[in-house]
Design a protein around this ligand. Sequence first.
Ligand SMILES: Nc1ncnc2c1ncn2[C@@H]1O[C@H](COP(=O)(O)OP(=O)(O)OP(=O)(O)O)[C@@H](O)[C@H]1O
Length: 253
Amino acid sequence: MTAALRRPGAGPAGPPAPAVALHGVTKVHDNGVRALDDVTLEVPRGSFLAVMGPSGSGKSTLLHCAAGLDSPTAGDVLLDGTEIGRLDETRRTELRRDRIGFVFQAYNLVPALTVADNITLPLRLAGRPLERDWVRSLVERVGLTGRLEHRPSELSGGQQQRAAIARALVARPAVVFADEPTGALDLRSAGEVLGLLRDLVDELGQTVVMVTHDPVAAARAHRAVVMADGRVVETHEVPVAAELAARLAELGR
Ligand SMILES: Nc1ncnc2c1ncn2[C@@H]1O[C@H](COP(=O)(O)OP(=O)(O)OP(=O)(O)O)[C@@H](O)[C@H]1O
């Protein structure tokens, strides 16, 4: 990382930079839709943020900009103090590979690979060494020790998502972005996956940003923000499912 990319004040002399920071971020899509409108948001390291809001409120666009999958029209996006919004595509791809983990609703495991090979794939893609003890502890932590040689199709949805979570964490990312991670799961598996995400934050100090429509899921986070019309319209420092549900109903989700 070059000094020019560091956020002023970050580093040994200043306070630790948030894991993710959006400052005045606006995204206008090619069709003229203003999907994000001057969003400012900071996600402290080792915290779990839920992003909620009605359909079309800008949640996915926020996630894409924060994760370097898309570039903002205006404003700054910082990952661990590094400005990523205006990096070229090659640097952004490297940064996503090295510093960001993703968890998707549809798991996105590679069907032909074993669970073990799926989980370690990010390390191989990055040409990084396999830290066997770390991988073993991660696999144990997500409860898949006996499943490593199975194919994804031989696992339940909850197990596939837990494998996807291990894959997201294996390269020790600065932040894990989870897009509706429980959207395809039954209640029990959803509860397990959310419990796992929360534990990874509390025990390992992982930073997690999760987009969800589910107020019960959002209530497992440390903090929830509610979006409407491309803006963060409120922040719930102590997310409570019933309160979030009521708020979303008012906003017409
Ligand atoms: N690639 C795109 N090109 C043009 N418009 C887009 C694009 N992506 C999103 N939009 C528009 O931007 C706005 C915000 O969309 P976004 O997908 O971020 O909302 P969302 O809150 O994630 O919605 P949902 O909950 O339905 O997934 C919407 O009006 C959407 O139609």
